[in-house]
Design a protein around this ligand. Structure first.
Ligand SMILES: NC(=O)c1ccc[n+]([C@@H]2O[C@H](COP(=O)([O-])OP(=O)(O)OC[C@H]3O[C@@H](n4cnc5c(N)ncnc54)[C@H](O)[C@@H]3O)[C@@H](O)[C@H]2O)c1
Ligand SMILES: [Zn+2]
Length: 366
């Protein structure tokens, strides 16, 4: 069992990671939170696989929401709150969200607003959830106007991840989650590069049993960055590596073509190419990182998405951030924040990206 200390509300909280952790969840939660009444929320896919079992182990009632991003809405938050009130929820009771980032974001938000805030526990069951969504205290839901527009900082009181659940996760989802792991390794190579080179290929090819050390390494990197910057003003920007282009690709294709991590994988390649242009990385280093993106392929194609479509989304982002696009670029041993990249240069690099085959190899970019 590995336990990482996360920043909670008014102190640190444990993030337990171990193969088989779900079997011992009752003991883990009782030692973190004491004997309490638990309520479990899961989605329709994860509930029969793991949610029902966890609810039984905790002696808890179970509420199930539909699976997928479409259920990360007000209606689900209200349904969760009504489920809680139907069982006479009290302020010391604990809400447990077991599922991917959709479930943990929404359950965390429901916990934040029910009775003005009740304790909650995240049990992430996707790789993205384990290394990203369950860490950092951001909770929220989508509006038809955009994703994650409504939300709150409401950190969980404990996080428990059992990487064995990744055995049932769809291959494509697993590979997409690996993009955030590669991103974390680029941000903090000293922590993660070695682990990545030992396990990335096998996990990408479906050997989820090798995922545990990647989860531990990447979770640790995010936890450390978030601890420096709980409210997202400075160092946390590093986590945006690969996301300037990634978000634009997702938006320009109406969230239909890419899983988040797949769009981020393209974004990481763009950041590598820009970093090489800016003299932040030597060609050989950029190629070594591009080779680490290869196990995530095949990626959905980008060649038919024009730069003009992306530029309008990047410009919108720019407005929101006060007038400049702040690119995060890799450099030897880490990243630089707020790098200046002209629109022309970004367009040129995107054009080069479009000449790559989505199957790879990606090293010819350099
Ligand atoms: N709060 C944050 O800081 C943060 C960070 C990154 C992402 N997110 C959010 O996370 C969400 C995406 O999360 P996601 O990629 O985990 O998607 P998801 O929650 O939709 O899960 C993907 C699919 O996999 C299924 N699934 C989950 N675990 C499974 C398992 N072990 N076996 C079989 N099927 C399983 C789910 O039912 C779902 O259909 C987005 O809404 C995003 O905004 C939040
Ligand atoms: Zn991301």
């Amino acid at each position: 069992m590995t336990t990482i200390e996360l920043c909670g509300r008014g102190g640190t909280v444990p993030y337990h990671i171990a193969d088989g952790a779900l079997v011992g969840i009752q003991r883990l939660l009782h030692s973190a939170l004491g004997t309490r009444r638990y309520f479990v929320v899961s989605d329709a896919t994860v509930a029969p696989l793991y949610g029902q079992d966890v609810a039984r182990r905790l002696g808890a009632e179970l509420c199930t929401v539909p699976a997928g991003e479409g259920s990360k809405r007000w209606a689900s938050v209200e349904a969760i709150a009504r489920f809680l009130f139907a069982h006479h929820v009290e302020r010391d009771d604990v809400l447990v969200g077991i599922g991917g980032g959709v479930v943990t974001d929404m359950v965390g938000f429901a916990a934040a607003v029910t009775l003005r805030g009740i304790p909650w526990v995240a049990v992430p069951t996707t790789l993205l959830g384990m290394v990203d969504a369950a860490i950092g205290g951001k909770t929220g839901i989508d509006l038809d106007l955009g994703k994650n527009l409504i939300g709150a900082f409401w950190a969980p009181d404990a996080v428990v991840a059992d990487p064995l659940v990744l055995l049932t996760l769809d291959q494509r989802q697993l590979r997409a989650g690996l993009a955030e792991v590669v991103k974390s390794a680029m941000i903090s190579p000293s922590a993660l590069e070695g682990v990545l080179d030992r396990a990335l290929e096998s996990v990408a090819h479906g050997d989820a049993l090798r995922a545990t050390e990647l989860v531990v390494g990447a979770a640790r990197v995010k936890a450390e960055i978030v601890a420096l910057d709980e409210r997202e003003s400075g160092p946390r920007e590093a986590l945006n590596l690969g996301h300037t282009l990634g978000h634009a690709l997702e938006s320009a294709t109406s969230y239909q073509r890419f899983l988040h991590g797949e769009a981020v994988a393209w974004g990481l390649l763009a950041a590598l190419r820009l970093a090489r242009n800016h003299g932040l990385l030597a060609t050989a280093e950029a190629q070594a990182w591009a080779a680490r993106v290869l196990p995530l392929a095949p990626l959905p194609p980008i060649a038919d998405v024009g730069w003009e479509q992306l530029a309008s989304f990047i410009a919108r982002d720019k407005k929101r951030r006060g007038g400049s696009v702040r690119w995060v670029l890799p450099r030897l041993g880490g990243v630089v924040l707020g790098a200046e990249v002209s629109d022309d240069e970004a367009a040129r690099v995107y054009g080069e990206l479009c000449t790559l085959s989505p199957e790879g190899p990606f090293t010819s970019l350099f």
